[in-house]
Design a protein around this ligand. Structure first.
Ligand code: ZN
Length: 414
């Protein structure tokens, strides 16, 4: 119902949605923002983060992550996604309640600050982690969300860019990694013929996606306020994302919720507050399209603050208007469109034999240890494995869909 209403509203509003585009800040080479009066206050201890109006030093960031893991050992753990060029940690807080631990729950992923100077999302994601962990068992809504969903939150994807001038400050943060590489232009692009030299931060993130089964994710940026949904590699006229209608409804809910709290936001690119990425500016090598294409995961790009390096005293204001939308977006994982990623995103063929099968199935064409998922005819995820040969004799007969990062296949189990 909510979905239908949103689409109707969207149709009514779509005429104004693409009017008066501003250039995408991502299009410009990295340079420091114009000098302005702003505070970049730093928290040199976890205690100094209490008001959420400072940026953490790198050491404070690590201390916060480890303190949460120690305080909530049954609710979360810290994943090390990888290590940056200069040896800093790329971390994610993996939140997984113990309720019905064996039951399948979809995996959600938030990631921020792939561009090191776009730091608003960094603090927003830390505060989101704190809110979720401290609300478990006290807020019925958030407890339910955590009991139905596995949630991984990576606050800082490019630590070397953020701490370019040292671990003690975000002043002078830069967009690129320590080698001067833009991490959001160097993901493999299924639609491009240009081979990419994948930086180690991105390789680590690609491995993290391969090791998980994320179905919905978002990558947080700054420099504009707009919800940017796939594709970035094309205009929507030339190749719309198969879930465009769903994306627009999700984006509208995000923006409308934020505007309840502050009506002036998400207005600097489109009046609607959202856009198909390629209609704003086509890019090559972004993470969003890579994740959508190769990992059967619906990922969008959230541009959440007009300022890239937001004055730290404005961080609480941004949290206030963004927090409800951030939480609702996680819940969208329970309302995904049907059949996305099954035929439209297929790239390479995999082979499955025997087919029909009675007791064991073997999959070829995949790297050793790749994730394999088996869905039943109703779309329910039945089995997850990293073994290319696995037993299916305990499954009811019927038609199943086998899904991997390299493609899908239908199997008849007898
Ligand atoms: Zn960016």
């Amino acid at each position: 119902m909510r979905h239908t209403l949103s689409i109707l509203l969207l149709l009514l509003l779509s005429a104004s949605a693409s009017a008066q585009l501003k250039p995408r800040p991502d299009a410009f080479p990295s340079k420091p923002e114009a000098v302005e009066t702003k505070a970049l206050n730093m928290a040199a201890s976890v205690e100094e983060m209490a008001g959420w109006d400072r940026y953490p030093t790198y050491d404070t960031y690590l201390a916060m992550m480890h303190q949460w893991a120690e305080e909530y050992p049954t609710l979360c753990h810290v994943d090390t996604i990888g290590i940056s060029v200069q040896g800093r940690l790329i971390l994610s807080m993996y939140i997984e309640s113990q309720t019905d631990a064996d039951l399948y729950r979809p995996e959600f992923f938030y990631s921020s600050t792939i561009h090191g100077d776009e730091v608003t999302g960094y603090v927003m994601m830390l505060r989101l982690i704190d809110t979720l962990l401290t609300s478990y068992g006290t807020s019925p809504e958030l407890t339910s969300l955590m009991d139905r969903t596995r949630i991984s939150i990576n606050p800082l994807a490019n630590p070397d860019g953020t701490y370019r001038r040292g671990d003690h400050t975000v002043q002078g943060a830069q967009r690129e990694n320590a080698n001067g590489v833009d991490l959001n232009r160097t993901y493999p692009n299924p639609f491009s013929v240009t081979a990419k030299n994948v930086p180690q931060e991105n390789q680590a993130m690609m491995d993290y996606f391969a090791a998980h089964s994320f179905r919905l994710s978002a990558n947080l940026h700054g420099g504009a306020e707009v919800m940017n949904y796939p594709w970035d590699s094309f205009t929507s006229a030339s190749n719309p994302h198969p879930a465009s209608d769903w994306w627009q409804a999700v984006c509208k809910r995000f923006v409308d919720t934020a505007r309840v709290y502050s009506n002036s936001h998400f207005r600097d690119v489109t009046t609607s507050g959202y856009i198909a990425g390629g209609d704003w500016y086509v890019i090559d090598g972004g993470r969003q399209d890579y994740v959508n294409y190769y990992h059967n995961c619906l990922e969008m790009t959230m541009e959440i603050s007009t300022r890239k390096t937001l004055s730290s005293d404005r961080l609480p204001e941004y949290w206030q208007f963004l927090a409800p939308s951030f939480i609702n977006y996680i819940d969208e994982i329970h309302n995904l469109p049907d059949n996305i990623g099954i035929s439209t995103l297929e790239t390479e063929r995999i082979a499955v034999f025997p087919n029909p099968a009675t007791d064991r199935v073997t999959v070829t064409g995949l790297p050793e240890g790749s994730l394999i998922e088996l869905y039943d005819a109703s779309g329910r995820l039945i089995l997850i494995t990293h073994h290319s040969s696995f037993i299916i004799s305990n499954l009811p007969s019927g038609l199943y869909l086998l899904r991997t990062a390299k493609g899908t296949a239908k199997i008849l189990i007898q």
